[in-house]
Design a protein around this ligand. Sequence first.
Ligand SMILES: Nc1ncnc2c1ncn2[C@@H]1O[C@H](COP(=O)(O)OP(=O)(O)O)[C@@H](O)[C@H]1O
Ligand SMILES: [Mg+2]
Length: 259
Amino acid sequence: MNSHTAISVNNVGVSFRSRDGDTNTVLQGVDFDVEHGQFVSIVGQSSSGKTTLLKTISGLQPATAGEVLIKGAPIAAGVTEIGMVFQSPVLLPWRNNLANVLLPLEFRGTRDANAKAKAKQLLAMVGLEGKAKRYSYELSGGMQQRVAICRALVSNPELLLMDEPFGALDAMTRDSMNFEIQRIWRQAGCSVLFVTHSISEAVWLGDRVVVVGGRPGHIVADITIDLPRPRDKEHRYSTEFAGYVSEVESHIGVTAGIS
Ligand SMILES: Nc1ncnc2c1ncn2[C@@H]1O[C@H](COP(=O)(O)OP(=O)(O)O)[C@@H](O)[C@H]1O
Ligand SMILES: [Mg+2]
């Protein structure tokens, strides 16, 4: 860990105990750092423990071994340094978009005089200027997910955790969200951990692609994606891009079929 480290995941293990007393170790010896401002993609087979890893980093799920440090300090439940976006936007239908974005501040009792301006500024940043008073049923899936991203960013988190955030969107909306998220991330200035099933999405967005695999789950590869930024469409057709995709695929393949 150095002074630029946003989070350190130190030798983390997570085990669940079933009702009949069996122990299921889902993660073991997970060890990596994320630098401040870095975008790290996470891929791996279904049930490899990706969601468990994000929940552990957020403090929602306690680690049974090791520790997670945010800027060198242990995480506490409900930390404001972390924002989370899930596959489903889970907006409250009786609250308008602005009120949905403000929700975490109200929960934590940290809504102040500047909160509304901040929420409006975030909505404008994601291209929803003028939609503050709209309700989620008036928005497309992509727009709803943008509101969820604003809600996660409203407390200026050091780290944004995203668990397959575009998984429920149609292919074209997903594509445009891939462009948007790069811009949003650069403007927000936070670090991102981004779980996805799409290897090309992982490579295209990430400074690194971390592959989770094996049983118990651990990091089987951590690949630095040395493509220029900002990334545009051309990069997806480059030989370098294809090389990274194939490298990531080979690591997922290695861990496939073990049960
Ligand atoms: N709260 C829990 N209690 C028991 N087992 C769990 C719990 N959460 C996840 N698991 C198990 O952990 C494994 C990994 O799950 P998950 O982290 O959701 O994987 P992924 O997100 O990679 O698909 C699965 O086998 C799942 O059944
Ligand atoms: Mg998952």
